[in-house]
Ligand binder design. Structure first.
Ligand SMILES: Cc1ncc(COP(=O)(O)O)c(C=O)c1O
Length: 394
């Protein structure tokens, strides 16, 4: 049932692309560092690319991380260097033009497009690959609608792990080519996202590969990795914002950021918890459905009621793996949920490009939309608001 697409062995690997620093492909592409910009300046981003360049120092770390003849502790140390140098510390931008267009004061955009594969998924992918390496695995598997797969393929290639990625056949994602360029093996089958996760988990069990799928024992790793987003926001604002708006699919990003803010608040670093806002696709996500229906728990949607489109794909599911955690995070902080149409997400992405110089994935605007379209119903004082966004990917 699962059709294997062998990795494109003729395609340049990150090793080829990055060590050939004057090579034509590598030379033309921006380094991820060039995606960073000072806080108060709008930036025009390039899409994240599969062929990003590493500095000479980091190429040496990559070579050590991949070298199976070295003691594990050295490989881990080298991979940690790559992780800390390349992932996170993304910009927090004051979006004055969005404020003017939306009539809200002090909106900050946490732009996750600064990560090497263009989305926040690099944070959990590098954390999972680090864990796989530590446990002595040589192969890793995951199911994806696109973004997480590219992030895992990249991190695995840097650590010298083989990578097998399950992708629902009917998904429109164009990021499979990038995964293949990182030498990932792609398996496509006729089922939806949830069944594809099951297939990848089963594959991990039967072939002794590392299972990097969300949920289960990986939950804590992924929540901690996303908790870093809260710490980075705190580093800039020196307190928690009034509101933190996040696009949700499985709910892991939102639950992880909430956990990070909880830690900061418990430790007396912040004066308050932010109100957590969940934005997702209309009629296609259990978290926002539970919030709009006032349900006590995050109930699965009827699978046949959920329809993916090229725009809503990153947000769509009938079962949200960390949905319960995300729902309770929103509830306990007096947040809210809001569902957006494809048109609204595309319009918001256009507004961010034209007014703010940001090139974002339309689905990732669902959190910002939940903030600007629904804030009037929620009695908010003038304050600081944060919305998490990602880059466009490919
Ligand atoms: C761009 C983007 N934003 C947000 C999300 C939601 O993340 P989560 O599944 O952790 O809720 C995803 C999930 O794939 C995504 O690709």
């Amino acid at each position: 049932m699962w059709r294997i697409t062998p990795a494109g062995h003729n395609a340049p690997t990150p090793a080829d692309a990055s060590s050939a620093s004057t090579g034509t492909l590598a030379a033309r592409l921006p380094s991820p560092r060039s995606l960073m910009a000072p806080l108060d300046r709008p930036l025009l981003t390039q899409p994240a690319t599969a062929d990003f360049q590493l500095s000479a120092e980091l190429r040496a770390s990559r070579d050590r991380a991949r070298d199976r003849s070295l003691p594990l502790v050295e490989r881990l140390d080298a991979f940690e260097d790559l992780f800390e140098s390349e992932v996170g510390d993304t910009p927090l931008l004051r979006a004055r033009n969005v404020e003017r267009a939306c009539d809200l004061r002090q909106i900050y955009l946490k732009f996750e497009g600064g990560n090497p594969s263009g989305t926040q998924k690099d944070r959990i992918a590098f954390a999972q690959v680090m864990d796989a390496l530590r446990q002595g695995y040589e192969r890793i598997t995951v199911a994806t609608c696109g973004n997480y797969g590219v992030a895992i393929a990249l991190a695995a290639s840097l650590a010298g792990l083989e990578c097998e990625i399950f992708v629902p056949e009917r998904y429109h994602t164009r990021r499979v080519t990038e995964m293949e360029r990182y030498q990932a093996k792609i398996l496509r089958g006729p089922k939806g996202y949830e069944e594809t996760v099951d297939a990848s988990r089963e594959h991990a069990r039967t072939t002794e590969a590392y299972d990097a799928n969300p949920g289960g024992v990986n939950e804590i790793i992924q929540l901690q990795a996303y908790g870093q987003i809260a710490y980075e926001i705190y580093d800039e604002l020196r307190d928690a914002p009034l509101v933190c708006a996040v696009p949700v699919s499985n709910g892991t990003v939102l639950a992880g950021i909430h956990r990070g803010f909880q830690s900061l608040h418990r430790r007396g670093k912040t004066s308050r918890m932010p109100r957590m806002i969940a934005g997702s696709a209309r009629n296609a996500n259990p978290i926002v459905a539970a919030l709009s229906l006032g349900l006590d728990s995050c109930e699965d949607l009827p699978p046949e009621s959920v329809r993916e489109t090229a725009t809503n794909e990153p947000l769509v599911n009938w079962h949200s793996i960390d949905g319960e955690l995300a729902l309770q995070a929103v509830r306990t902080t007096r947040g809210w949920g809001h569902a957006a149409t494809d048109k609204r997400m595309k319009d918001m992405a256009r507004l961010l490009r034209d007014q703010q110089g940001l090139e974002v994935l339309p689905a990732s605007t669902a959190g910002l939309i939940a903030l600007v379209d629904a804030y009037q119903e929620h009695d908010l004082a003038p304050d600081r608001y944060v919305a998490v966004l990602t880059g466009r990917g490919r």
